[in-house]
Design a protein around this ligand. Structure first.
Ligand code: ATP
Length: 218
């Protein structure tokens, strides 16, 4: 595979778990660029704690010094509810048909893929790569998956044993280094007045502290 990876998230705040899987995706799939897309008003989750501007600033700080990582703020600029499908359509149109797109998600999101807006159309726009921590078990995934996922998503999965090749509509399950870091846990540490150092880049933590984004009382 080559081309551009799209990695959406609340990034509230962005942390080393996100950055590491972006890096590993880029290597495994030969991506020239991974675009981090902070999401606004996620349709199936409650809103972010930090403002859009703060989450964007933290993403930009996190990507400094890494030429492969870019921040794409289009969802924060869009009015109303944002869907991944709209973002992929827009980026695909901008990059043109010769530039393959791969959207990157965590394994937890993979089980709820059939609840995404117009999810079937996502496969017409590029490939999907799923970050699988060690222990990810496709058999267990199938036991929990809906009928729609089993019928329409399972057949798209490429063999885990071969290097993924870019073919529109396919799914690559990629092993990733387990880093049990979450934004929720970081916010909880900071709210409790504890250190979150080494869970996220220093520049991001400094920004969060300076702007009192998640401190005690938040
Ligand atoms: P929160 O704790 O607020 O739910 P989060 O840490 O899961 O946040 P998101 O911004 O929601 O971060 O994540 C964006 C994507 O990154 C999701 O697909 C999620 O599965 C994935 N992700 C987040 N943290 C990790 C991690 N430590 N390792 C692998 N994938 C991760």
């Amino acid at each position: 595979m080559a081309g551009t990876g799209i990695f959406g998230g609340s990034f509230d705040p962005i942390h080393h778990g996100h950055l590491r899987i972006a890096e590993e995706f880029a290597d495994a799939l030969g991506l020239a660029t991974v675009r981090l897309v902070p999401t606004a008003n996620p349709p199936h989750r409650k809103g972010a704690v930090a403002s859009d501007a703060a989450r964007l600033a933290m993403c930009q700080l996190a990507c400094e010094g890494n030429a492969r990582l870019q921040v794409d703020d289009r969802e924060l600029r869009r009015e109303g509810v944002c869907y991944t499908i709209d973002t992929l359509v827009e980026i695909g149109a901008e990059l043109g048909p010769e530039a393959p797109l791969t959207w990157l998600i965590g394994a937890d999101s993979f089980l709820s893929l059939d609840r995404w807006h117009r999810w079937r159309e996502l496969f017409d726009l590029g490939c999907l790569a799923v970050a699988c921590r060690p222990g990810f078990d496709l058999v267990r995934w199938q036991e929990r998956a809906s009928a729609a996922l089993l019928e329409e998503v399972l057949p798209r999965i490429q063999s885990l044993s071969v290097t993924p090749t870019y073919k529109m509509g396919t799914i690559a399950l990629l092993p990733t280094t387990p880093l049990a870091i979450s934004s929720t846990a970081i916010r909880a540490q900071l709210a409790a007045g504890h250190s979150a150092r080494y869970l996220l880049p220093d520049a991001v933590l400094d920004y969060a502290e300076r702007h009192l984004l998640y401190g005690p009382g938040k």
